[in-house]
Design a protein around this ligand. Structure first.
Ligand code: A1D88
Length: 280
């Protein structure tokens, strides 16, 4: 599949989505909003990928929503009866939210590599990922506040669960930049690299390690951690037990032990493409 707003490569078990409009600071055009969720869902459904790395090109990771979306809006948005207008707007926002929630829903971990600015909608995107990494020149901003709107695509819901809630509020209320050093000390990013090349090398090494593990075990970790974030400990333990009762398969463990004895790396079976499950 080829896309206009990013390149998507699947190499062995690692998928790499790279935003490719540096001349526009990788801002999120209408095309991006169509392509991004489709590409992520396709990876989840069909591809071999066991881990996804999202990176970017040029000076900034992403300048957020393409400002043309705000300055040249669809005229229909402002016409007609108020209740229907509001209801339509509500559905539009929900559809845009779903473009990033898909990163939480997919079976594979999502790692993000940020250089330069990560602004507005881009912060919504990275908040929905599993792990974040950045370069020394990176900064993160809830730009919407400065523009006069409330951020609506996930930052306000996810950021207070990733860093101290008081700091998340400060960033949201002020719209000020969180620089790389603060992103590291606050726990928002896992590591700060000197430059984009070093970052991509480092992030790919982590992706490689994840891709060598049992994909069933890894997706179990992702789903249980996400579930525990949103539910009580008692509910989460109950779901964990149900998950384990259904998904625990000794075959992967046996393979690990056999591989250890023979001094080799285990080669775990991939998860099943959904399409295959329908056509078998
Ligand atoms: C649901 C989602 C909501 C949101 O995402 S809200 C947030 C929307 N995004 C913004 O408001 C970003 C605003 N832009 C900036 O803060 C800065 O810019 C940058 C940090 C990205 C870059 O700063 P610097 O390196 O100093 O460059 P420069 O001179 O400010 O900009 C160069 C050109 O890039 C255009 N540009 C910047 N951001 C966007 C964007 N998001 N959409 C479309 N164009 C953008 C500018 O306007 C300008 O253009 P020209 O050279 O013609 O004057």
């Amino acid at each position: 599949m080829s896309y206009q707003t990013f390149d998507l490569m699947v190499n062995e078990k690692i998928a790499h989505l790279q935003l490719n409009r540096p001349e526009a600071y990788n801002s999120m055009s209408r095309e991006f909003w169509r392509e991004f969720p489709d590409a992520i869902r396709a990876l989840d459904t069909t591809a071999e990928a066991r881990v996804l790395v999202i990176s970017s090109t040029g000076k900034h990771f992403c300048a957020g929503m393409d400002l043309a979306v705000f300055t040249q809006p669809d005229p229909d948005m402002f016409q007609g009866e108020a209740g229907r207008r509001a209801e339509g707007m509500r559905r539009l926002v929900q559809q845009l939210q779903a473009c990033f929630s898909v990163l939480e829903e997919v079976r594979m971990p999502v790692l993000i590599a940020v250089q330069g600015g990560c602004i507005g909608g881009a912060l919504d995107l990275v908040c929905a990922s599993d792990m974040r990494y950045c370069t020394q020149d990176a900064f993160f901003t809830v730009k919407e506040t400065e523009l006069g709107m409330t951020a609506d695509l996930g930052t306000l819901q996810r950021l207070p669960q990733l860093i101290a809630p008081g700091l998340a509020r400060e960033l949201a209320y002020t719209g000020r930049k969180m620089l790389a050093a603060e992103a590291l000390t606050s726990g928002f990013v896992n590591e700060v690299f000197d430059d984009p090349d070093q970052m991509l090398t480092g992030v790919m090494q982590i992706a490689e390690l994840i891709s060598q593990r049992s994909p069933l075990a890894v997706t179990g970790c992702k789903q249980m951690i996400n579930y525990a974030r949103d539910h009580s400990t008692a509910d989460s333990l109950s779901y964990m037990a149900t998950w384990q009762a259904g998904m625990f398969q000794p075959a992967d463990m046996m393979q690990t032990f056999a591989a250890k004895m023979s001094g080799k790396q285990p080669d775990f079976e991939g998860l099943r493409p959904i399409k295959a499950a329908f056509t078998e």
